[in-house]
Design a binder for this molecule. Structure first.
Ligand SMILES: *Cc1c(COP(=O)(O)O)cnc(C)c1O
Length: 397
C-alpha cells in the first residue's frame, strides 16, 4: 500500500520543488535576536523575526520562566477544565485583559487554536461572518469549521465591506473579522471605519492583533489603541509568539459572555493541553514590563521610522506601513530570491516572498524591524540593501 502512496508523495514534492516553492529551513544555533548564529557558525543580522520588542531572549523573562519552572513545574498534563488550571494561568488571563482593556481572556496553545476555536461555538447557520480577504490562514480555517454564512471583502476595502454588510442583513448576527496588521504589506486595518460600519449595519467586530499587539498604538496596545476603540471591540485574538516574548501561546480576549461560552464549548481549549507553567509565568512578567515602561515600543517606532525613511531615501519602493513590517517591493519573484540570497552573503537575513504568498508580480522582501536592532545594525542593513540593490539595478542612485 505505502509504495503507491510514496510515489504519489514524491510526485507532489517534485511539483513543489519544480515550482520553486519548496520551503527550506535554515538552522539557527543561537537564541533568537537581532544578531543570530547560523549553522555554519556565521553571525548574521536578523531582519525576518516577529521579535518586534526584542523579548525573545530577554533576561528578565528567562528568569521569570525559570522561576515558574521551580514553583509550578514543567507541565500540567491536563486540559484546563480537568486539572490544568494553575493560579498563573488565571493571572496571565487577567494580565492580557488589562492590557487590552477587555473583560476577560481565554488562553490557547497558540493563536492558530484561538482562531480555530472562536467561530464555531458562537455562531451558526443563521449568522454571517464577514472576513477580510487577506486574513490569516488560521482565521480562514476557523471560519471553515463554523456553519455561519461566509462573506468576503477585498483587503481593507470599506465599500466592499459595506456591500457585504448590506447583503448579510437577513442573517441573525453578523461578525466582521480582520487582522489588525496584514503581515505581507504591514498596513493596519481601518478599524475606525470598520467600527462605524459595524454600528450602522448592526454587526460585531473581531480583530486578530497577532502582528499589531505590542507594536501598533502609542503604548503598543494594538489597533484598538491606535483608533481609540479600547473596550469597544467584541473579540480580540492574539499570540504570545510574536512581540510578547515569542515562545508559544495564544488568546481570545473580549466580552465576558463570549469568553465564558468559549470556555464551555471551544474545542481547541477543551481538548488540548494547558500552556506550560514557565510560559505563563514569563507571560505575566512580560505584561508587567509593558506596564512599567514604554521604552521598547518607543525604540521600535523610532527604528521603524528611521529604516523606512532611509530605504526610501536610498530609492527603494516601500509599501506604506503603519507597523514594524516593511515590504521592499521588487515585483519579480526571482529577483526577490536572488537579492535575499545576496543579502545573506552580506550578513543580512531577510526573506523574499512571491506568488502565491503575495499576488502575482508583487514579489518583495519583507523586513521586520525590532526594538532589539541598534542604529549601527539598521545602518548595516540599509547599506547592504543599497549595495545589492545597485548590483541588481533596482536602485540607480
Ligand atoms: C502569527 C499569526 C497567527 C498564529 O499565531 P500562533 O500563536 O503562532 O499560532 C494567527 N493570526 C495572525 C494574524 C498571525 O499573524
Amino acid at each position: 500500500m505505502y509504495q503507491d502512496f510514496k510515489s504519489h508523495l514524491q510526485t507532489e514534492l517534485t511539483t513543489i520543488e519544480q515550482a520553486g516553492l519548496y520551503k527550506k529551513e535554515r538552522i539557527i544555533i543561537s537564541p533568537q535576536g537581532a544578531k543570530i548564529r547560523v549553522q555554519d557558525g556565521k553571525e548574521v543580522l536578523n531582519f525576518c523575526a516577529n521579535n518586534y520588542l526584542g523579548l525573545s531572549n530577554n533576561p528578565s523573562l528567562i528568569e521569570a520562566a525559570k522561576k515558574g519552572l521551580d514553583t509550578h513545574g514543567y507541565g500540567v498534563s491536563s486540559v484546563r477544565f480537568i486539572c490544568g488550571t494553575q493560579d498563573i494561568h488565571k493571572q496571565l488571563e487577567d494580565s492580557i485583559a488589562r492590557f487590552f482593556g477587555t473583560d476577560d481572556t481565554i488562553l490557547y496553545a497558540a493563536c492558530f487554536d484561538a482562531n480555530g476555536g472562536v467561530f464555531e461555538p458562537l455562531l451558526n447557520e443563521e449568522d454571517a461572518i464577514i472576513s477580510d480577504s487577506l486574513n490569516h490562514a488560521s482565521i480562514i480555517d476557523g471560519v471553515r469549521l463554523c456553519k455561519a454564512q461566509r462573506y468576503r471583502y477585498a483587503n481593507a476595502d470599506m465599500d466592499d465591506l459595506e456591500t457585504q454588510l448590506k447583503t448579510s442583513q437577513a442573517q441573525r448576527f453578523r461578525l466582521i473579522v480582520t487582522d489588525g496588521v496584514f503581515s505581507m504589506d504591514g498596513n493596519v486595518a481601518p478599524l475606525d471605519k470598520i467600527y462605524e460600519l459595524a454600528k450602522k449595519y448592526n454587526a460585531m467586530v473581531m480583530v486578530d492583533e497577532s502582528h499589531s499587539a505590542g507594536v501598533v498604538g502609542t503604548t503598543g496596545r494594538g489597533v484598538t489603541e491606535r483608533f481609540n476603540l479600547r473596550g469597544q471591540i467584541e473579540i480580540i485574538t492574539g499570540t504570545l509568539g510574536k512581540a510578547f516574548g515569542g515562545a508559544i501561546g495564544g488568546f481570545t480576549t473580549g466580552k465576558k459572555e463570549i469568553i465564558e461560552l468559549l470556555r464551555q464549548r471551544s474545542r481547541p481549549y477543551l481538548f488540548s493541553n494547558s500552556i506550560p507553567p514557565m510560559v505563563a509565568a514569563a507571560g505575566i512578567r512580560m505584561f508587567e514590563m509593558m506596564d512599567e515602561t514604554n521604552e521598547l515600543q518607543d525604540r521600535l517606532h523610532e527604528n521603524t521610522l528611521y529604516f523606512v525613511k532611509s530605504m526610501k531615501d536610498a530609492g527603494f519602493d516601500i509599501k506604506p506601513t503603519e507597523s514594524a513590517i516593511c515590504a521592499v517591493m521588487l515585483y519579480d519573484a526571482k529577483l526577490s530570491q536572488d537579492i535575499a540570497t545576496r543579502l545573506l552573503e552580506e550578513g543580512i537575513y531577510v526573506t523574499g516572498f512571491y506568488y502565491p504568498v503575495v499576488p502575482k508580480d508583487q514579489a518583495r522582501i519583507r523586513v521586520q524591524i525590532s526594538a532589539a536592532h541598534d542604529r549601527e545594525q539598521l545602518d548595516k542593513c540599509i547599506t547592504a540593501f543599497t549595495k545589492v540593490g545597485k548590483e541588481f539595478g533596482v536602485i540607480t542612485k
